[in-house]
Design a protein around this ligand. Structure first.
Ligand SMILES: [Zn+2]
Length: 187
């Protein structure tokens, strides 16, 4: 962000300031990526990796519809960053995501030494929405990120965008009820 009052070297301050306008812009992009995923027949999750200076380094969306249920964007980000960034760059980077990391992705995030996480909706919120919509429980227990990765600074939920993410999940459930996904040949 040009003209930022809070350049990356002072990012520790940001941890105590909650979600900033720059954070919000990155989160809005994550919601767009989640919408892209939904429109591509996938589950509506989107995430991006930003450098300490706020530059977008990598972004992805959910890609589980092909049958590999581990294709979460936060997991892709962790693996991309392990290949392309130094430990210092990873520690200074922020992962933005439409939904709080699942335990698999929180573990990957911590194993590769990434920094702060900012999410729109929590796993607890998503779980409640899916229960209200009559969805089956996922095969993996959801946990707050800090129960899996206690050293990671985490911000969320983001009230300004939560209703947009909820609507994407509602649309996904409605779509799958009327047109159930085909069983993958891989499963
Ligand atoms: Zn995940």
């Amino acid at each position: 962000m040009s003209g930022s009052l809070f350049p990356g070297r002072h990012s520790l301050k940001l941890f105590r300031m909650g979600i900033t306008e720059s954070d919000l812009n990155h989160l809005r992009r994550c919601v767009e990526l989640a919408r892209d995923a939904l429109e591509a027949g996938d589950e509506p999750f989107g995430s991006l990796l930003a450098s300490a200076e706020g530059a977008v380094l990598f972004e992805d969306r959910n890609r589980v519809a092909g049958g590999d249920r581990t294709r979460h964007p936060e997991f892709e980000i962790a693996r991309w960053s392990a290949v392309h960034l130094t430990p210092e760059q990873r520690a200074g980077a922020t992962v933005y995501t439409s939904g709080e990391h699942c335990p698999m992705c929180a573990a990957a995030h911590a194993w590769v030494g990434l920094g702060r996480i900012v999410y729109v909706s929590s796993s607890e919120q998503l779980g409640q929405w899916l229960r209200d919509l009559g969805e089956a429980l996922p095969p993996v227990t959801t946990l707050p990120i800090n129960q899996v990765a206690p050293g990671v600074p985490v911000e969320g939920p983001c009230p300004e965008l939560v209703s947009k993410v909820r609507e994407l999940h509602r649309a996904r459930v409605e779509r799958d009820k009327s047109n159930p996904p085909r069983p993958s040949s891989l499963t």
